[in-house]
Design a protein around this ligand. Sequence first.
Ligand SMILES: C[S@@+](CC[C@H](N)C(=O)[O-])C[C@H]1O[C@@H](n2cnc3c(N)ncnc32)[C@H](O)[C@@H]1O
Length: 228
Amino acid sequence: MRIFFCYKKYIMETSVYPREPELLKELRAITLNHPRALMATAPDAGQFMALILKLVNAKKTIEVGVFTGYSLLLTALTIPEDGKVMSLTITAIDIDKDAYKIGLPIIEKAGVEHKINFIESAALPALNQLLEDPKNRGTFDFGFVDADKINYANYHEKLLELVKPGGVIIYDNTLWGGSVAMPEDSVPEFRLQTREVAIEFNKFLAADARVQISQVALGDGITICHRL
Ligand SMILES: C[S@@+](CC[C@H](N)C(=O)[O-])C[C@H]1O[C@@H](n2cnc3c(N)ncnc32)[C@H](O)[C@@H]1O
């Protein structure tokens, strides 16, 4: 479930869908056949993310939580070629390669597969492995986190070491269907546990002096962190 206010439809129809690349529309359409299609990053949040990628001139990025690849394809379409043939500039981590394979034909059709290093793994060990190589520390321009919410605080610590000062980390689902702002007794049972995690993470980010933040009510809520 996404946050829905009357202006949301207006924004989607006026500013988002008309500018959404055709291949992202295609990927969104095939994802609809997946039983967990709602997990995909929302197009309005994606559009904002693409804007940030451009503004920081991101070239080397990391994504935690790929699913069928909406945010991944969006990133691959947005960042520039770095001039090196077959260079892998996006590190994308997910435990579920089958979901990634659903979107892969569209990524190939877009001609951007060569930018992607897909790592089939739980994110924490994969991030730890990246950190073992000094060449990765402080070298990423951008990180996007959209996986298991319980680990967001752990991912934050790892990403602060991987993303360079001046870089950006975006967290998805920080409003968790709006439940973080609802009285507890009106929150659907299935949302309660992750709501608590999201509330704690939001408070943690608000107090984290290592980042400048802005929490934005796009999609399911995204929090943009500027690495200071
Ligand atoms: C919300 S979906 C990601 C949506 C994606 N950003 C998109 O635009 O479609 C969450 C993904 O995180 C993955 N995931 C969950 N827990 C994980 C973990 N511990 N490590 C790595 N990936 C994980 C799931 O397999 C799922 O594909």
